[in-house]
Write a protein that binds this ligand. Structure first.
Ligand code: HEC
Ligand code: HEC
Ligand code: HEC
Length: 263
């Protein structure tokens, strides 16, 4: 009896091994590419239908070059002034909150206002800059916060008591999924351009009344590093894409130099 149980177990064990070996063929390595900001807007390549990938990615930069479904993984854009004429569901965005690793803890584990558990234990009483070594260790871009060139600080953007929210001019909380309501309080011109479709990016249906995915400010801009490090201006640089293939029979593109575009 004992022996039978043992061999049954052994058989079950080997069957298990064999069936796992057969039912799980070697998975190809997972491809992750970024949609707009490297390190902050990554998507995992997968098939939406057999043979139809959700995105095509550049093998050089790792940037998404094409979306098969522009609305994949989007949520409705929250209420934004001057955009309330857009019918519900026609303006969609990708949620930022789900990309932020620390966010679920910010307002609950650490800055819950009941300290002194952590250092700094209490919620700030003023907006003035104070050393934030623990935060800077967790988010390296905060070591040298250049946004506003020394004239703005955490609490100008983050809500004082609700740390998993941003803040508007009234001190009311703003969702991380609506950064336009934060950025727009200081960058009104860019906010207007973005609203009008001159700044930023939208993908989706061509018709002006069609459904579109809007890219929000923080999908492209890193709020803690709007002046890239030593360059002290603009974005972190990417190596550009290779030039497109020349048409058949053309050896080089020197003819383009003949009629140079006036700058
Ligand atoms: C100009 C506005 C602005 C300022 C100033 C600012 N932040 Fe942020 N911060 C943001 C926004 C917007 C996000 C969300 C970024 C995103 O969606 O990628 C964020 C995200 C964060 C996160 C979450 C990161 C994660 O990956 O989960 C932390 C932590 C943080 N900020 C801390 C700070 C601290 C500490 C300071 C001050 C030293 C500061 N921030 C200053 C706007 C700001
Ligand atoms: C409290 C006001 C304030 C808020 C909120 C704010 N900014 Fe700024 N931002 C500034 C100031 C001030 C500057 C510095 C302009 C200068 O002196 O060059 C600046 C600079 C910038 C720059 C760099 C401009 C350049 O010349 O390269 C970018 C990009 C930018 N902000 C984007 C954002 C985005 C995106 C958000 C929202 C996440 C945001 N800002 C929120 C005040 C703000
Ligand atoms: C699809 C990406 C994208 C989105 C979305 C986006 N921006 Fe930008 N933004 C850029 C690029 C690229 C530049 C740099 C243009 C240049 O260097 O001339 C820029 C420049 C800026 C500047 C600096 C302009 C200057 O004069 O140097 C500010 C401020 C800014 N954006 C704010 C915003 C705000 C606020 C939002 C949201 C309402 C936003 N951006 C959304 C890509 C984006």
């Amino acid at each position: 009896m004992k022996k039978l149980t043992f061999s049954a177990l052994l058989l079950a064990f080997f069957c298990g091994m064999v069936s796992t070996a057969f039912s799980q063929p070697a998975q190809p390595a997972e491809t992750t590419c970024f949609e707009s900001r490297k390190g902050a807007s990554e998507v995992v390549k997968r098939d939406l239908q057999p043979g139809l990938p959700n995105v095509k990615c550049s093998s050089k930069t790792g940037a998404v070059l094409w979306w098969s479904d522009p609305f994949d993984g989007t949520v409705p854009m929250g209420a934004t002034p001057m955009l309330d004429h857009i019918p519900a569901g026609k303006a969609v965005v990708k949620s930022r909150s789900e990309k932020l690793a620390l966010m679920p803890m910010c307002g609950t584990a650490c800055h819950n206002g009941v300290g002194p558990k952590f250092n700094p234990p209490k919620l700030p009483t003023s907006k003035k800059p104070v050393p934030t070594p623990i935060m800077a260790a967790m988010v390296p871009d905060l070591q040298n916060l250049q946004h506003g060139r020394g004239r703005i600080w955490c609490i100008d953007c983050h809500h004082t008591t609700q740390r998993n929210k941003l803040v508007d001019n009234f001190g009311d909380p703003v969702s991380f999924d609506q950064p336009q309501l934060l950025c727009g309080k200081c960058h009104g011109d860019k906010m207007r351009d973005w609203r009008d479709g001159i700044h930023g990016k939208r993908i989706g249906e061509w018709a002006s009344t069609g459904k579109k995915r809007w890219f929000t400010c923080t999908e492209c801009h890193n709020p803690h590093n709007v002046q890239d490090g030593a360059r002290n201006r603009g974005f972190v640089q990417l190596a550009p894409e290779s030039p497109p293939q020349l048409p058949k029979g053309m050896k080089d593109a020197k003819h383009e130099l003949v009629h140079g575009v006036a700058h």
